[in-house]
Ligand binder design. Structure first.
Ligand code: MN
Length: 244
């Protein structure tokens, strides 16, 4: 039995190499896995399930094939695709997860997050996040015509790129105290998240016990995934992204 974790693929039309790598990943690495967790920023942008681009339909169909073969698929929102909804999940045969979600990973209580909520030093972003995660705000956005939403997404992206340029490295990373606080509150020895694009394993102490934080990598120059099996330490794997 195997469980796979990926995040931060940031799929978009302008990166057919990433889409190709994902489709190959589903064909070569995922079959036979018990579960696949996608921990956010699966897509570079998401303005509503009604957009239905060819890329979105292709991704849904590929996930559906895997899900039909018996692998359970779980999706968590990232900061870029937080509007992804039940309609897409139904087409993909996937279940939408809350952030955070606590799972039992072969006997290890494990907390899953996207990771953006851990970056508490970025006060400006946390305010924006709180506003955007408000269900009423989302309802209002989704009620706008598709074209308005497309334009809004472009503006948000430019604003985010401009404001991130002025931020230091540690503001963009998780706040260690927040990691500890969240892990202690859930009393977990393992946290798995993405978002920061800093794939690594960090060792720490949680409620006086040794614990681990595994950061998934973003799919840019490499594809990254985490493999968990019973009786084994989860293993972070990477492969150069082939040119397509
Ligand atoms: Mn993110």
């Amino acid at each position: 039995m195997t469980t796979l974790f990926i995040s931060d693929l940031h799929m978009e039309e302008s990166r057919p190499d990433i889409i190709g790598a994902f489709l190959r990943f589903l064909e070569e690495e995922a079959p036979g896995a018990e579960q696949l967790f996608i921990l956010g920023d699966f897509f570079e942008a998401w303005i509503g399930d009604d957009e239905r681009t060819p890329l979105q339909d292709q991704a849904a169909a590929a996930l559906r094939t895997l899900s039909d073969s018996g692998t359970r698929i779980f999706l968590m929102h990232g900061n870029r695709d937080f509007l992804l909804g039940e309609d897409f999940c139904a087409r993909a045969g996937a279940t939408l997860l809350d952030d955070p979600t606590l799972i039992d990973l072969y006997g290890t209580p494990t907390l899953l997050m996207h990771g953006d909520s851990l970056c508490t030093a970025d006060v400006e972003y946390q305010k924006f996040r709180a506003k955007m995660r408000n269900p009423q705000m989302q309802k209002m956005i989704l009620s706008r015509p598709l074209e308005d939403r497309q334009q809004m997404a472009r503006q948000l992206r430019e604003m985010s790129m401009a404001s991130n340029q002025g931020k230091t490295e540690d503001i963009m990373d998780v706040t260690p105290e927040e990691v500890e606080r969240v892990m202690e509150a859930h009393d977990v020895p393992l946290l798995i998240h993405g978002h920061t694009h800093r794939p690594a394993e960090h060792f720490l102490e949680v409620n006086g016990k040794s614990a681990k934080r595994i950061v998934l990598g973003d799919w840019d120059t490499h594809l990254w995934w985490l493999v968990a099996q019973s009786e084994q330490e989860p293993e972070l794997k990477k492969m150069p992204l082939p040119n397509s």
